[in-house]
Design a protein around this ligand. Structure first.
Ligand code: PLP
Length: 398
């Protein structure tokens, strides 16, 4: 073993070295809001106190057995030992096509309209690189999942336009206010609010995309399968001029597998594949095959039992938290989707977060999702039932 490098400098010499590394301006962002919360949770845990972490949308439930087994079996497939393709395995893309037609009634071409991604996050970030030149305008909902405004805009030197989501309009934006943007991100079922997009909104959004062919509409459906009373609809049912993101993460409780897919307009998909060819080598095949197993388990638009179970558990937990919050007098946004509860605390946002933290309960401050989230708090019910019960009693007298 060569240890020369290890002993090259002593600790005194290292201290005296002038810092020479300066990150690019693109990294000049405030800390990723959830990373900061994760640090606080870790510190609390280290101090020996119980921590009830409702701040991250990372489902605690076990993935379907057949999904795990598909990934395990694939490790013995010699193809898994090689580089995957940047656009994704052909058979997996064909399963996406079959699923999409059964689920949404939209036909896709597996060669031109599907790209497997390393989770939806990677696709959302890389799409920005395909279309945004420095100074181009990127419309970002407010509040929103932070990736759109950061990786999808600031990190590609775009100019951000905040698109306010109005509580009184079910956290939908005013589409008439959108003018000549290069890239538009929208996300329903919505993180952080749990809002859903009604059909009349999707009709108008489809018309907007058709009337603005130079604009790239990115529709994020990471929570497409997490609706409790009626299924979410795809924007591709309303316009072909969009690119839509899906993910195995929330569908199968497999955030660690890092696999999802982008579908839609062939030019945008081709551009995404080009970027991915330069940057990554695609999602690992075992996890692509896990995705395939999940999609193949649908019968038309009927999901497998596991998804019905996840919906039942998350909706039951949501009800418990909502009841507790309403008893305390909080105004909770009425939603029937996602595993988030979004509630209003007005001027009390940060004091409320601190008081909850003192009791070991970690919520996400709404302002972490943009200025439009100020005065709101998000609770994620992705923790076991006994933790939900402990939270309900811990927050009683907050
Ligand atoms: N889109 C939204 C709205 C999300 O909330 C998340 C994760 O929390 C993602 C995308 C990322 O999903 P993935 O795990 O597939 O990267």
């Amino acid at each position: 073993m060569c240890l020369v490098g290890v002993f090259r400098y002593n600790s005194q010499q290292i201290k005296q070295m002038k810092p020479s590394f300066k990150p690019s301006d693109r990294l000049n962002l405030p800390a990723y809001p959830f990373a900061d919360l994760e640090r606080k949770a870790t510190a609390l845990k280290a101090s020996g106190k119980p921590v009830y972490n409702l701040s991250i949308g990372d489902p605690d439930l076990t993935p379907p057995r057949f999904v795990i087994e598909a990934a395990q079996k694939a490790l013995d497939d010699p193809r898994s030992h090689l580089y995957p393709s940047s656009r994704g395995d052909y058979d997996v893309r064909c399963s996406v096509v079959k699923w999409f037609e059964g689920r949404f009634g939209v036909k896709l071409d597996p060669d031109k309209q599907v790209c497997i991604t390393i989770g939806a996050k990677e696709g959302l970030a890389n799409i920005a690189r395909t279309v945004v030149n420095p100074g181009d305008t990127v419309a970002v909902p407010d509040p929103a999942y932070p990736v759109y405004g950061r990786a999808g805009c600031q990190m590609v030197d775009g100019k951000q336009v905040l698109l306010k989501l109005y509580p009184e309009h079910g956290f939908l934006p005013d589409l008439k206010s959108i003018e000549s943007v290069k890239l538009l991100y929208l996300n329903y079922p919505n993180n952080p609010t749990g809002a859903e997009a009604p059909d009349d909104f999707l009709v108008e959004l489809g018309k907007l995309a058709d009337a603005n062919p130079a604009m790239t509409l990115v529709y994020d459906m990471a929570y497409s399968e997490m609706c409790f009373d009626h299924p979410a609809r795809s924007i591709l049912e309303f316009t072909p001029n969009a690119i839509e993101l899906h993910s195995l993460s929330k569908m199968a409780c497999t955030t660690g597998y890092r696999v999802g897919f982008a579908v839609g307009n062939p030019d945008r998909i081709a551009a995404l594949i080009r970027i991915k060819e330069e940057i990554d080598s695609g999602a690992p095949l075992p996890f692509q095959l896990a995705l395939q197993a999940m999609l193949n388990a649908y019968r038309g638009d009927v999901p497998p039992q596991d998804i019905l179970y996840y919906r039942e558990v998350f909706s039951r937990r949501r009800k418990l938290i909502i009841e507790a919050l309403e008893k305390m007098g909080f105004d909770v946004f009425n939603s029937q989707a996602t595993f988030y509860v979004w509630f209003k605390v007005d001027d009390d946002e940060m004091p409320f977060i601190s008081r909850a933290l003192e009791k070991g309960v970690l919520f996400t401050p709404g302002s972490g999702f943009g200025p439009g989230g100020r005065g709101w708090v998000r609770a994620s019910v992705t923790v076991p039932d006994d933790v939900i019960a402990a939270v309900v009693s811990a927050i009683e007298d907050l």
